[in-house]
Design a protein around this ligand. Structure first.
Ligand code: MG
Length: 394
């Protein structure tokens, strides 16, 4: 029996074949079953597919690259995208930073700018450049900064040949952690920051997962899941603290005409501790998800008939051991065995594929302790396989 495509997305009962290979046909009775912390089986075909994203292109010194298809553009070189920013003042007012030759340039003395849009965990791409004729030294040489959620600064500075305190050099989490290496280009050239930011998660006033930041400068890893430790700051050692769910991206005016281009971000999915369903889940979250998956499969099974229906019901059982489904499956299995017994001996060979598949499903459910190893239908099916020597390779 063929399964309608619309149903195949959730209820995966493979076609019968005597040369069935579970892996290639997507059998639901294949990888280790769901457990207390994983709602999906290993290699589970019911697990949602990743969303398709068209990748962008890399930038060159001459021109910025294209962002990936799901990126939110914050600055693309146009005057129009400047309207996505405001001076970091209350109440908000238009920024005095300017767009010049496709770049967003800091006008010293005009103050920080912030995005009107607010966001939290993200992948962020920012490119920046210092003037080729840069002057100054230490923190006074091309200082700016990328402030994640407006709260933690990834330092922007001409650190090409400019010594300063390490936890204040370009790519540092300012006041917290220096970059692992200095992979800057000379002033006048474009630098790229690729940042993965995760804010700290608090529950009932306690930190359950620390905030972290990962940074690449010009494609070179310089921060690797660096704990935020409160976000850092000037002179004072910051302490772990809650962050709001969202905040603006801010760029710093530190008195230097640093310029920016090609700024975009992609929001990241929720982590397991905040309700995300990928990763190692709590037992409570796992069981809730398993229940939801099982209900979806049972709903699809209700629209099917025959062996496909039975396989779907059996599949739902390893997500949730539902007594009514167990009973219905048992009745259908008994019926399957009774029907087999009616098949004339010379036609029995045609049933081999089905029988082996149900044997596989029953063994799988027994291993997952959903049904006992001595399940009556399983015993009957084992007898039939032995009597017909279907286990022997021919
Ligand atoms: Mg700075």
């Amino acid at each position: 029996m063929k399964i309608p495509l619309a149903l195949a997305a959730i209820c995966i009962a493979p076609l019968f074949s005597s040369s069935l290979k579970a892996e290639s046909t997507g059998s639901p009775f294949y990888g280790d079953a769901p457990d207390a912390n994983h709602p999906w089986a290993v290699h589970d075909r019911n697990r949602p597919q990743p969303a398709v994203v068209t990748p962008g292109t890399f930038s060159t010194q001459e021109q910025p690259g294209k962002p990936p298809s799901d990126a939110v553009i914050l600055f693309d070189g146009t005057e129009a995208s400047l309207l996505k920013w405001a001076a970091d003042k209350q109440p908000a007012e238009p920024t005095k930073w300017i767009v010049k030759e496709g770049a967003l340039q800091c006008v010293p003395g005009s103050g920080y700018i912030r995005t009107k849009e607010e966001f939290g965990d993200c992948q962020l791409h920012v490119e920046w450049a210092e003037p080729a004729d840069i002057t100054g030294e230490s923190q006074g040489r091309g200082n700016s900064g990328v402030f994640l959620m407006g709260m933690t600064e990834v330092q922007v500075l001409d650190s090409y040949k400019n010594s300063t305190y390490a936890d204040g050099s370009a790519g540092s989490v300012y006041g917290v952690n220096p970059p692992m290496v200095n992979s800057l280009r000379p002033p006048g050239e474009w630098q790229s920051y690729d940042i993965v930011f995760r804010r700290p998660i608090y529950k009932d006033g306690k930190e359950v997962e620390p905030g972290t930041v990962t940074v690449m400068i010009n494609g070179v890893l310089v921060q690797d899941h660096t704990p935020l430790e409160g976000g850092g700051g000037h002179k004072s050692r910051s302490k772990a603290r809650p962050f709001p769910e969202k905040g603006p991206l801010k760029l710093q005016d530190h008195g230097n005409p640093v310029k920016y281009r090609n700024i975009w971000y992609r929001s990241l999915p929720a982590r397991a501790v905040e309700g995300g369903t990928n990763g190692y889940l709590t037992e409570e979250a796992t069981m809730a998800k398993r229940k939801e998956i099982a209900a979806g499969i049972r709903s699809d099974a209700a629209k099917l008939e025959g062996n496909a229906k039975l396989l779907c019901l059996m599949e739902s059982l390893y997500y949730e051991k539902n007594e009514a489904t167990l009973k219905q499956s048992e009745q259908l299995l008994d019926q399957f065995v009774a029907n087999l017994k009616q098949v004339p001996a010379d036609k029995l060979e045609s049933k081999k594929g089905e029988v082996l598949q149900f044997r596989g499903a029953l063994q799988y459910l027994a291993k997952a302790e959903v049904i006992p190893g001595t399940y009556p239908a399983a015993v009957e099916i084992a007898k039939m396989i032995k009597a017909n020597e279907w286990d022997k390779k021919k």
